[in-house]
Design a protein around this ligand. Sequence first.
Ligand SMILES: Cc1cc2nc3c(=O)[nH]c(=O)nc-3n(C[C@H](O)[C@H](O)[C@H](O)COP(=O)(O)OP(=O)(O)OC[C@H]3O[C@@H](n4cnc5c(N)ncnc54)[C@H](O)[C@@H]3O)c2cc1C
Length: 293
Amino acid sequence: MKPPPFGYRRAESIPQALEWYAEFEGEAIWLAGGHSVVPSLALRLQAPSVLIDISRLPELSGIVLTEAGLRIGATTTHAEILSDPLVREHAPLLSEAAHHVAHPAIRNRATFGGNLALADPASEFPAVVRCLGAVLDIVGPDGEREVDADDFFLDLYTTAMEPGEILRSILIPRQPPSARMRFSELARRHGDFAMVGAAVRLMQEGGRTIDARICFHAVGTVPVRAHSAENALTGHPLDLDRICSARDALSNDLEPADDPSMPGKMRLHLAGVLLGRVLHSLSDGSLNREDAR
Ligand SMILES: Cc1cc2nc3c(=O)[nH]c(=O)nc-3n(C[C@H](O)[C@H](O)[C@H](O)COP(=O)(O)OP(=O)(O)OC[C@H]3O[C@@H](n4cnc5c(N)ncnc54)[C@H](O)[C@@H]3O)c2cc1C
């Protein structure tokens, strides 16, 4: 199918972008990497009057390390996330996840901000930013505001951003030195959207887990924190018993719906398998790999 006719403008600054958005009174949409917007036009899922290209806005670019953490501009591409040395050092979970997002051709154009703004529940990055306690920096006609990643993803393809707002950057807070992290997913083929995926961050002290953050994607309408599984781990050594308890607790955290690709129960089972593997890989390695399955 061909897209409906639309206009195109490339903004040079945030004020100009906001002014143009207001001019089109709700008939405009932002364009970043275009890897979701353009297919949606071709499928006639939306018909905006104009695409306002924000991919070259200087305020949305760059990766800098600040006292608070790593600030990643919204137009940073997935490929940059994958290869940037600062990301690898200060947010290795993101680099790990980027490896699973689509294929190089997509990663070269699609942006971190576009991915989060789209809020596809099957997507990897939303789970990672929730796991890492990121803060999203948003600018719009009413000024600037910050939203915690925990409050950003509201529903299927729905975020806390209001129409006309722009996601400017994402702050990944400095991670505690004792934090150990791992991202993994199960997909039919590498690069496909996952059947289930998980971002996990554990902090351990004196042989016990003192803090656990586990966030799944592709199990519901938003990235889902597994609080019961986190609680099952907290205060205990990461041994086989605890891994089994965390897996068992997942049925309190996740309620995947049946869909044409698989029954919800199957997805829940896969989530447990994945969590077992991830926790095993974060343990001291003394567990038998088969035991963790
Ligand atoms: C073949 C294919 C395979 C893919 N596989 C995966 C995958 O395995 N995992 C995965 O996570 N993703 C996957 N994607 C999606 C891709 O990774 C991007 O997430 C997606 O294209 C959105 O990023 P973008 O920069 O292209 O945004 P765009 O398509 O330009 O925009 C997406 C939406 O976000 C809005 N938007 C963009 N930037 C901003 C901003 N800064 N502020 C406010 N709103 C904004 C736009 O208006 C639009 O509504 C795939 C895409 C394709 C085409």
